[in-house]
Design a protein around this ligand. Structure first.
Ligand SMILES: [Zn+2]
Length: 328
């Protein structure tokens, strides 16, 4: 397996940079989509999330991103919770037990009213319109399109329905008007970034024609509403940041969160690990006799955070970021 993306700072430098920017102990989040079981790529993200939270004296929120009702499965959520418990990743807000007990505010499928409430002022202001375009009909030849380097497959929405007066309701997509303009932010690992979402994705899809909220919409709203101040995620989501900053600001978020986009563990130089890659599935490794410590140690080595894949516990993760375990 390979690592993609570059970490220009050591773990300790990353913590120093974040400490300087975060006025109080941060709230960060681990937010898996229950579209498959956990794999080593998730564990790399989890060790950054829990490691940084520990090093910064912060807390972790567990969010289940089951906004896509066609792809999310309850049995996948149960497997993810089981794997997190087995690995020892325990959340401060919405821990696995909160999900096992039934309804839980961390589960996106139960937050429809939250999203409608957050978007109501935008809809009232005419910033959201209905779109009847199918994915296939969206312009392939678009002279304005700037494909993000981290997401070359992306297509920019050309604005076909912008002035058609379609009310955002059932059976149509909901799009947010995005005026031209750059979003500038400092990734704590990668440095200054500048993205113009109007040139990357065009008017942002918030909800699809089937009524599913999009990842971009609910990630930005949940981060704002839940008070997440530190977003730690993989390099593949770097191009999402400008549009999420824009949406959050339009929806009233006064202070943007800090961002860390960390390197990804890859199956090959061009292929991301996926949930179907059995060789990296956590429950497959567990069945093959791996200990939790060995899985975490292996993920830390793959992420380039350690030289050798010695076993590691969750409690030891802050030391990967320059902190003595247990001192925070
Ligand atoms: Zn359209």
């Amino acid at each position: 397996m390979f690592t993609s993306g570059s970490a220009s700072r050591s773990g300790a430098e990353l913590v120093t940079a974040l400490r300087a920017r975060l006025p109080t102990a941060p709230l960060t989040r681990f937010a898996p989509a229950p579209t498959g079981p956990l794999h080593l790529g998730h564990v790399v993200n989890a060790l950054y999330v829990w490691g940084l939270a520990g090093a910064l004296g912060g807390r972790v929120l567990l969010r289940i991103e089951d906004h896509d009702r066609q792809r999310a499965r309850a049995e996948n959520e149960r497997m993810i919770l089981d794997d997190l418990d087995w690995l020892g990743f325990s959340a401060d807000l919405y821990p696995s037990s909160a999900y096992r007990n039934g309804p839980c505010d961390g589960r996106q499928s139960e937050r429809n009213q939250v999203y409608l409430g957050a978007l109501a002022p935008l809809i009232a202001a005419g910033l959201v319109y209905g779109c009847q375009c199918s994915r296939a009909s969206q312009a392939a030849a678009d002279p304005l399109f700037q494909p993000p380097s981290t997401n070359p497959a992306e297509r920019r929405y050309a604005g076909t329905c912008r002035d058609r007066g379609i009310v955002p309701g059932d059976g149509v997509g909901w799009r947010l008007r995005l005026n031209p303009g750059s979003e500038v932010f400092d990734d704590a690992l990668l440095g200054r970034q500048e993205q113009d979402p109007s040139l990357q994705c065009g008017d942002l899809l918030l909800r699809d024609r089937l009524g599913n909220w999009t990842y971009q919409c609910v990630a930005a709203i949940d981060d704002a509403v839940q008070g997440v101040t530190l977003v730690v995620r993989g390099h593949d989501l770097l191009s999402s940041t400008g549009r999420q900053l824009r949406l959050a600001r339009i929806a009233g978020r006064a202070t943007a969160p800090e961002f860390v986009h960390h390197p990804l563990v890859m199956k090959s130089a061009t292929q991301k690990l996926s949930k179907s890659d059995g060789d990296s599935g956590i429950r497959d490794l567990r069945s093959a006799g791996w200990s939790a410590g060995r899985v975490i140690g292996c993920a830390a080595a793959l992420a380039g955070l350690t030289q050798a894949s010695d076993p590691l516990t969750v409690q030891e993760l802050p030391k990967l970021f320059g902190q003595q375990a247990g001192l925070e």
